[in-house]
Design a protein around this ligand. Structure first.
Ligand code: URA
Length: 234
């Protein structure tokens, strides 16, 4: 790949800015000062340094965010703050985007990446990737709801959902539950409860496939996936 593309991807500024670095002799490839920022490098085998520091090429980035409420799962928005606005510059240049959407008021696990193939695998409807949610629900959630979710419920638009696995943690005026679903229709969890006459008042995603929310991540923060986590979702 072109050296300027390589360095722009790795966060060294625009191609124009990389040109400036070349001009000031900041860049070497295999210990030779670079004269032309359009030269080609092999990102796997060539050693690229900027001001003497080796730049290890990385194509993809995988971030786990504990999404806070009040922020939308999109890359840009004219009104609201987005999850991308919460990212630092040192990861933004990889151009990550959220894998699927959580509602503005939903918190919890959100994966951000620039890996299109992984995104496709996780979101593809026929892959049935299970997603586990914790919710607080107004009204007494009961056995009948478990049975209804087991065979799927009919949403307000007539769509009949795939089965959901409902586990009641506590039942009362505000019940606490865990729900596992394999789809990602718009407002799905909220609408599934509406279908049985109840209202979700708090929603948090706990997992997506084998990837679990790291509960030690404060809301609004993120970190890169560990090697082990990455293997779990590949
Ligand atoms: N279901 C919902 O209703 N909202 C979400 O954010 C995710 C799943």
């Amino acid at each position: 790949m072109r050296l300027d593309k390589f360095l722009a991807h790795m966060g060294f500024g625009t191609r124009r800015e990389v040109k400036g670095l070349v001009k000031s002799k900041a860049i070497q490839v295999n210990d030779v000062a670079v004269k032309d920022s359009s030269m080609h490098v092999n990102e796997l085998t060539d050693q690229v340094t900027v001001y003497g520091e080796i730049v290890e090429y990385k194509e993809f980035i995988y971030l786990m965010m504990n999404k806070p409420a009040g922020v939308i799962s999109a890359t840009e928005d004219s009104r609201d703050q987005t999850v991308i606005d919460l990212l630092d510059d040192d990861v933004r240049h990889f151009e990550p985007y959220p894998v699927g959407r959580l509602d503005k008021d939903t918190v919890g696990l959100l994966l951000l990446t620039n890996d299109g193939a992984l995104t496709h695998r996780l979101l593809s409807p026929n892959k049935d990737v299970p997603k586990v949610y914790f919710a607080q629900v107004e009204g007494i959630v009961n056995e009948a709801d478990i049975e209804a979710f087991k065979v799927g419920v009919t949403l307000d638009d007539g769509y009949h959902t795939k089965p959901g696995l409902l586990r009641i943690i506590s039942s009362g005026p505000i019940s606490e539950i865990e729900l596992t679903i394999t789809e990602g229709k718009f407002h799905q969890v909220k609408r599934m409860f509406e279908a049985v006459g109840k209202k979700v008042v708090y929603l948090k995603r706990l997992s997506m496939g084998s990837l679990k929310l790291d509960e030690s991540l404060p809301e609004g923060t993120y970190r890169e996936l560990t090697e082990e986590e990455l293997e779990l979702i590949q």
